[in-house]
Design a protein around this ligand. Structure first.
Ligand code: ADP
Ligand code: MG
Length: 266
């Protein structure tokens, strides 16, 4: 069964898009079939994957609006993963979706015919708990939450977990917290260690062991429209995302073998 992850955190700048693009590239390097869905009107995942958001014939907006099939909107990137791209058109969807039939499950419905073509579907969410993020959470079976280990990071987390719990009860009982990912990690900072310890206590096994370090190559790569793995494959950032993909695929393999859920319900 394909794994569909929503990469979500309503805080901006925590590394959602960076995680989506680099995880997609790393899963491809592990020979998995990957679809990345850009669900942020800013289109950063689209540009960061080397696709020009101003030249899209069909985008994720058309798919959510029911005007195009997902298959027709998908493009294959130079990195080898497929992309359902986005641009500013999607900001209209935030409002238009409210009046649409089955407004929370439009992405889920659109993915049904194609999800089986992929091992992993990764959805880049906007920095808000809006209808776009709700669509991602209804379509997903796991939520990956990137977090910067800073004091205020924990504050927003409870709102996100409440939303996940509500969606789990009302629309998508399969939804699990797939994992918490520490991004822009600096172990020399004592606050980082404190927050990290709290996350470990609260989330236990669901906290990924892999931490993504602060690494300038990860910040530079998007301006070349490339994942770090192609921009500088020896960089610490590229290597960390490869490690994350490894940790993730090993978890899933163990999970399938034992048929015991690794990530428990929230
Ligand atoms: P979000 O999608 O959550 O808003 P981004 O992935 O766009 O966050 O990251 C915000 C900014 O931080 C971007 O400029 C990105 O290049 C940079 N960035 C993200 N992760 C790292 C990292 N590990 N090291 C250095 N810069 C990073
Ligand atoms: Mg983003």
């Amino acid at each position: 069964m394909s794994k569909i992850f929503a990469v979500a955190n309503q805080k901006g700048g925590v590394g959602k898009t960076t995680t989506c693009v680099n995880l997609a590239a790393s899963l491809i390097a592990s020979r998995r079939r990957v679809l990345l869905i850009d669900l942020d009107p800013q289109g950063n995942a689209t540009m960061g994957s080397g696709v020009d958001k101003s030249q899209l014939a069909i985008s994720s907006y058309d798919v959510l609006a029911g005007e195009a099939a997902a298959r027709d909107a998908i493009v294959t990137t130079e990195s080898g993963f497929d992309l359902l791209p986005a641009n500013g058109d999607l900001s209209a969807a935030e409002v238009e979706l409210l009046d649409m039939e089955g407004r929370e499950s439009r992405l889920r419905k659109a993915l049904r015919p194609i999800a089986g073509d992929y091992d992993y579907v990764v959805v880049d969410c906007p920095p808000s708990l809006n209808m776009l993020t709700v669509n991602a959470l209804c379509a997903a079976n796991g939520v990956l939450i990137p977090m910067q280990c800073e004091y205020y990071a924990l504050e927003g987390l409870s709102a996100l977990i409440d939303t996940i719990t509500q969606i789990q009860r009302a629309a998508n009982p399969e939804l699990r917290i797939e994992g918490i990912l520490r991004t822009m990690y600096d172990p020399r900072n004592s606050l980082t260690s404190d927050v990290s310890e709290q996350l470990s206590e609260y989330f236990g096994e669901r906290l990924y062991r892999t931490c993504i370090p602060r690494n300038v190559r990860l910040a530079e790569a998007p301006s070349y429209g490339k994942p770090a793995l192609e921009y500088d494959k020896h960089s610490k950032g590229a290597i960390a995302y490869l490690a994350l993909a490894g940790e993730m695929t090993r978890r899933h393999a163990a999970n399938q073998n034992s048929s015991r859920p690794v990530a428990e319900a929230v």
